[in-house]
Design a protein around this ligand. Sequence first.
Ligand code: UD1
Length: 423
Amino acid sequence: MAELKNIMRIDGGVPLNGSIKAQGAKNAALPVMAACLLLKGGTLTLDNVPDLYDINTMRELLKSLGVNIKDLAANKIALEVPEDIKYEAPESLVRKMRASSLVLGPLLARCGKAVMPLPGGCSIGSRPIDLHLKGLVQMGAKIEIRSGVVYAKADKLRGRRIYLDFPSVGATENLMMAAALAHGETIIENIAREPEIDNLASVLGSMGVPIDLEGTGCVRIKGIDEVSSGCDSVIPDRIEACTYILAGIMTGGHITVNNIIPDHIDSILAKLEEAGANFSVSKDSITLFNNNKRLHAVSFRTMPFPGFPTDAQPQMAAALSLAKGVSLIEESVFQARFLYTDELNKMGADIKIKGDTAIINGVEELHGADVKATDLRAGAALIMAGLAAKGITQVSDMVHVWRGYEAIDAKLKSLGARVELLD
Ligand code: UD1
């Protein structure tokens, strides 16, 4: 994909109006792309893959391991995997994107060995992968960490019962993929219940893996000797959809977001209802009605699915910065996910951080300022604030935003926003 510009200039104060379609989910596309590595000669065809920096990083990573990638149509790709692939993930790509660690499970199961630099922390917290490694060791892998690099070996992984100490999304995905080629049945308990897990189960099913998501935080996978070519589609991006809905609310707009699965955003819709937002939900869309009234303050805690998603926390905080009253948000998933609040305060928000809680004292209006995206969702929250603010906002370090939002400038323009990209 082409390099995108690093600053967004927003002339705020215009209510968003119109309809857009949610993109395919970044966090679903990354693991299902990694699942192609289970193939020994074969093709995994995926539809609704968003065009994003993180997807590009996964493409580069898969290519570096020997996968050939064909673009069949817009957002539709074929991942062609040869008989022999490499088993070492390049450090430059793993450092670029933590989700690169999703290749560990399938590589180890398929090649009998894998070498992967530890992804390290990021601006939202320390983010270890101990649960991924613990599960692989329980399945019989020998793992050594030397100079920050994971060396994993297992002639044949063995299926077994694994209990995750925390319902980690990445650990669940890595272990599900590893279990697909293990000897015997693997039962993983206390798994993540995010919709992205169902998407991965569906893709593995399309590759012939007998897999049973029991819907109670448990998955059963019968390991097979070889997976077959498969074909599936990526689910809609619930976090992107919510970002636009919240931007619509903040600007007093009237918008429809199509191509969503409303069940995936129940926790957010429940909070919006409690805060007094005016919207209607259909089978696959949500429409927000002209909301010139301010939201009421609401409080919540981020939690694994079906709780309120940490990935929508900064955007919700931006919306609540304009609500009537004091909202409290407790961040319980990541350690340091409030860096963006200093930037929002530059725009006139009144947010204080006490431990893992943000205390948001709603203000009547925000004003434009020069602010910096500290991470992906922080960048989205600042853009939303800029759309609602009086005057000009410049959001720099858009590189973070391009990791997760396809054509955000074009989508916002189509809703009437005055935005432009600058070098
Ligand atoms: C995924 C999402 C990310 C989202 C997060 C939580 C992708 C590509 N990324 O990240 O956008 O914010 O889920 O919904 O899907 N942990 C450990 N040890 C581990 C693994 C995780 O301590 O081995 C901790 C993490 O540090 C974090 C928490 O568990 O505090 C949640 O992490 P996890 O669910 O694994 O998130 P990711 O898969 O990294």
